[in-house]
Write a protein that binds this ligand. Structure first.
Ligand SMILES: Nc1ncnc2c1ncn2[C@@H]1O[C@H](COP(=O)(O)OP(=O)(O)OP(=O)(O)O)[C@@H](O)[C@H]1O
Length: 231
């Protein structure tokens, strides 16, 4: 089961500009929380605060039911230096181990990497260089890299960006598996149909937490758009 995160008056200012007004909320263990809101609303910034990548104010209390593990994070955009002369397999190997691997250890890791790549439909791309991947393939690779962590806490920033139908289906299948395993998930998404279908809880962010609740409360199929509803 994934951890519970309690945010207590969490806020963020960058260059004296308030990006997020103080917000208090709970990211419940084992549930999928969707973050919605307009462009520039502060959704990615909030996620980065929770990951410790932004210098926020306020507190985050983490309660792990078991041993804490490192969160898995799929950022919004894959940024790879196109001229990097490493293959997809070598890239994945470097995420699996910080030291060079030899012999049976290398063989075992390669087998694991092939499995991970197959789960995102990249099984035939292992020998390509990073810079040769398309946008959607880069997105799939980021997901495979996150899967390697086997974490119980997941942060996904628009994970479907640039994915074709098959890619979306594969990633949705993985997200459903993570949910079934009891992971805690925070997913930024702009597709309200997806949010209605997969989210347990929705947070509407726009310079702070504007509303939160179950998808059927916040996003009724024929109701007003979420921002209008809480205006
Ligand atoms: N260093 C900075 N100084 C001032 N403002 C910044 C800085 N970095 C980001 N911002 C602003 O913070 C706001 C929130 O950005 P963020 O990336 O969190 O938005 P978002 O809700 O994820 O948007 P999108 O849906 O477009 O991805 C934006 O208006 C952005 O311009």
């Amino acid at each position: 089961m994934g951890p519970t995160l309690e945010l207590e008056r969490l806020s963020l200012s960058l260059n004296r500009v308030e990006i997020l007004a103080p917000l208090s909320a709970t990211l419940a263990g084992g549930r999928l929380h969707a973050i919605i809101g307009p462009n520039g609303a502060g959704k990615s910034s909030l996620m980065k605060c929770l990951l410790g990548l932004r210098p926020h104010q306020g507190d985050i209390h983490r309660r792990w039911p078991g041993r804490p593990d490192r969160p898995a994070y799929v950022p919004q955009q894959a940024q790879f230096e196109p001229s990097l002369p490493i293959t997809i397999e070598e890239f994945m190997l470097s995420t699996l181990s910080r030291r060079p691997l030899f012999g049976w250890e290398r063989h075992r890791c390669r087998a694991r990497i092939r499995q991970l790549l197959a789960r995102v439909g990249l099984e035939h791309k292992g020998q390509l260089r990073l810079g040769q991947l398309s946008g959607g393939e880069r997105q799939r690779l980021l997901f495979a890299q996150a899967l390697e962590r086997d974490s119980s806490l997941w942060f996904l920033d628009e994970p479907m960006t640039g994915l074709d139908q098959e890619g979306q289906m594969l990633i949705n299948r993985e997200i459903a598996r993570l949910k079934a395993r009891g992971c805690t998930l925070l997913v930024i998404h702009h597709d309200m149909e997806w949010v209605r279908r997969y989210a347990d809880e929705v947070w509407l962010i726009d310079g702070g937490l504007r509303a939160h609740g179950r998808p059927e409360q916040l996003l009724p199929a024929d109701g007003p758009r979420p921002l209008e509803a809480c205006a």
